[in-house]
Design a binder for this molecule. Structure first.
Ligand SMILES: *[C@@H]1O[C@H](CO)[C@@H](O)[C@H](O)[C@H]1NC(C)=O
Ligand SMILES: *[C@@H]1O[C@H](CO)[C@@H](O)[C@H](O)[C@H]1NC(C)=O
Length: 342
């Protein structure tokens, strides 16, 4: 999801009024028994990346942290993975080779420990689009240093998953490859040797263009990890331009269609994939498109490790894809249809 949408999300602060807890439309499934075979089923938990033009920004004004009780509720639905977007500049200010800001780091650590303490996975998602202070990151060694410093924070937590960066875009493909490889090398150099690493591609890491216009399939195929724990994280929205800005999906079959080539690529190359962001509006056409896509992924769960909804978090207000209990749009209108894929 892109900057504009994050700003819209931040602007929604104050309109995030929860409906009464007893709302009849609130999903009632309470079991944590999961129906699917996916390794990771998740929800992005927004908040710490909000207000990204205000750096470092103030807690409670420009950004916030995900809410513990939301994690509990979603675990109760069967989710076992939470992607935590945050800003690189807030964690390590001023320069890539700098040191962590202890205040922001403690907020991140609090939510990571809460999630992993419950036995769920926490995906560490620097939500920076391949940029640092709004400039494309070209200092590959600096990026590696940023990652070594960051990975040291949770090097021994086996429930942590690293995500090299959210949605590289409008960058040189060779640079995207070098940054991903530098992140892998930096993470392993930190002594974080057991955890999965999710890499992302150019063109917002879209599944639909993975094998075509983005060039990601050829560009990222030969990334190497001594631990052999690379997962290719792709994103896919189902609106007309694939940007995740509309509640209208192209058709009831668009989900399965948009991931088909990516699935074939994962299989042909013996790779693992994760759909790190997906969403559609709370309407029948989008729900068919979403469940069709997830069915197709479930039928190929040898290569698709799972998926994560965009987006949860306390500040989304009446956002079209809001997945925050008890009353946001997707939580009430889409989640009940997704239970078979959790
Ligand atoms: C560290 O983070 C806190 C909380 O976000 C912030 O108030 C402070 O200004 C930051 N310090 C630096 C040097 O960025
Ligand atoms: C998770 O949150 C970030 C920050 O707003 C957003 O850009 C991203 O698209 C989200 N992912 C999902 C699946 O919502």
């Amino acid at each position: 999801m892109r900057f504009l949408d994050i700003l819209i999300g931040a602007a929604a602060v104050g309109s995030a009024l929860a409906a009464p807890a007893g709302d009849a439309q609130t999903p009632t499934t309470k079991t944590s028994k999961r129906a699917s075979k996916f390794q990771f089923v998740g929800v992005n938990q927004s908040g710490a990346e909000f207000g990204n033009k205000d750096l470092p920004g103030q807690l409670g004004k420009h950004y916030t942290w995900p809410v513990h009780s939301t994690i509990d509720t979603l675990i109760g639905k069967g989710f076992n993975t939470f992607r935590i977007p945050f800003m690189m500049e807030r964690l390590i200010p001023t320069k890539l080779t700098g040191t962590v800001n202890a205040t922001y780091a403690s907020g991140l650590t609090d939510i990571v420990n809460y999630i992993t303490g419950k036995g769920a996975y926490a995906i560490i998602d620097p939500h920076n689009f391949g940029r640092y202070y709004d400039k494309v990151i070209t200092d590959v060694d600096g990026f590696k240093a940023w990652w070594t410093t960051t990975a040291k924070l949770y090097a021994s937590n086996s429930k942590v998953i690293w995500d090299t960066n959210n949605e590289y875009h409008d960058m040189d493909n060779a640079l995207v490859r070098k940054l991903n490889q530098a992140a892998i090398d930096g993470i392993r150099a930190a002594g974080a040797t057991s955890q999965y690493i999710m890499v992302e591609g150019n063109s917002y890491s879209g599944a639909w263009t993975w094998t075509t216009s983005s060039g990601n399939s050829a560009n990222l195929k030969d990334l190497t990890d001594p631990q052999d724990k690379i997962i290719y994280e792709m994103h896919q929205y189902l609106d007309s331009d694939g940007s995740g800005t509309s509640a209208t999906c192209v058709s009831s079959t668009i989900g399965a269609e948009r991931i088909r080539d990516a699935t074939a690529w994962l299989k042909a190359n013996n790779k693992k994939g994760f759909l790190g962001e997906t969403a559609g509006g709370a309407n029948a056409q989008c729900i068919s498109a979403l469940t069709g896509m997830l069915s197709s992924m479930a039928a190929n769960s040898d290569v698709w490790t799972g998926w994560a909804w965009w987006g949860g978090g306390p500040w989304w207000g009446d956002y079209i894809y809001g997945m925050e209990p008890p009353s946001s749009t997707a939580y009430k209108g889409v989640l009940p249809s997704l239970i078979p894929y959790i």
